[in-house]
Every structure is written in C-alpha cells, then in structure tokens.
Design a protein around this ligand. Structure first.
Ligand code: HEC
Length: 151
C-alpha cells in the first residue's frame, strides 16, 4: 500500500515536472521565433539598403544575408509548436497558423526559395526583382495572413 502511494506520488511529481517543461518549451518557442524573425529583419534591411543604393552592392554580403534569411526561416518552421499560440511572452502570431498549418508552412517554403534566389544574384539589376520577390512571396504574404500588426 505504501509502495503504491509512493509510486503515485512520484508519478504525480513527474507529471507536474512534465507540465512545467512543456510550458517552458512554449515560452522558448515564442522567444526563439521572434529572435529568428528579428534576425531575418536585420538581414532584409541590409539587402534593402543595397537595393536602394544606400550601400554598395556586394555579392558576398548579399549571399550571406540571404543565406541567413533562408536558414532562420527554415529554423522558424519548428518554432510554432501546438500550444504556443499564447504564452508568458506576448506573441503576434495569429491563431490561423495552427488551424491552417499547411498554408503557413507552404508560405515559409516559398520564402526560403525566394531567399535562395536572392543568394544567387550576381549584380544590382538582378538583386532588385529577387528582393521584391522575397518581400512579397515571403514576408508580406505570411505577415498579412498570419501575424497581428504590432500596434
Ligand atoms: C511563413 C510565415 C512568415 C514568413 C515567411 C515571414 N515571417 Fe516574419 N513573422 C511571422 C510571424 C508569425 C511573426 C510573429 C511571431 C510572434 O510574435 O510570435 C513574425 C514576426 C516578424 C518580426 C517581428 C519579430 C519580433 O521582434 O517580435 C519581424 C521583424 C519579421 N517577422 C520579419 C520578417 C521578414 C523581413 C520576412 C521576410 C524576409 C519574414 N518576417 C517572413 C511569420 C513569417
């Protein structure tokens, strides 16, 4: 009898620990995906500065920024686990992400493909349309549908 209650106690403690770790994982997912997106934004800014002529065209910098965007977007696919529609940290992710995950992930893949196209450009004339494609098919397409505005 004593042994059974001890097992139950251990199981309950384990259950609580598991619950806590799930909550922590969800809070981390929100933080991690926002950090990934922030980094995507930083690389996008560097690319836009070149496209606008505010910074000199540099094929190596184009590639490293575009590669970073593709990598962070790829990582972001795993940072929207079930239950992370809310958490300790405020999130701007819309509930539709979890009711229409296929569309969400398809747009992420479009964004990755568009970033890979940017990584491959060799001159300014090619950069502008490639970057336009990334902004439209990637950032804008997803944010309009799946992100609440920050205001
Ligand atoms: C497939 C969807 C998707 C794509 C593609 C996407 N984003 Fe996001 N982005 C989101 C979501 C969802 C959030 C809100 C995350 C949250 O608050 O939990 C976000 C948030 C952000 C943020 C705010 C991060 C913060 O500080 O909270 C920035 C900046 C950002 N995205 C930039 C970009 C840029 C630039 C691109 C394109 C190069 C892009 N995103 C492409 C879904 C996407």
């Amino acid at each position: 009898m004593q042994l059974i209650s001890r097992i139950l106690r251990v199981a309950a403690a384990g259950g609580i620990a598991l619950g806590l770790s799930v909550t922590a994982a969800q809070a981390d997912a929100i933080e991690d995906r926002q950090a990934a997106m922030k980094d995507v934004g930083k690389s996008m800014k560097a690319l836009a500065a070149m496209a606008k002529g505010e910074a000199e065209f540099d094929a190596a910098a184009v590639k490293s920024n575009a590669d970073n965007i593709a990598a962070k977007m790829d990582a972001a696919k795993a940072l929207f686990p079930d239950g992370s529609d809310k958490g300790a940290k405020e999130t701007w992710a819309k509930a539709e992400i979890w009711t229409d995950k296929d569309t969400f992930l398809a747009i992420m893949d479009d964004g990755i493909a568009a970033a890979n196209a940017v990584a491959a450009v060799g001159d300014m004339d090619a950069l502008r349309p490639a970057l336009g494609g990334l902004g439209g098919k990637g950032c804008k397409a997803c944010h309009e549908k799946f992100r609440r505005p920050k205001e």
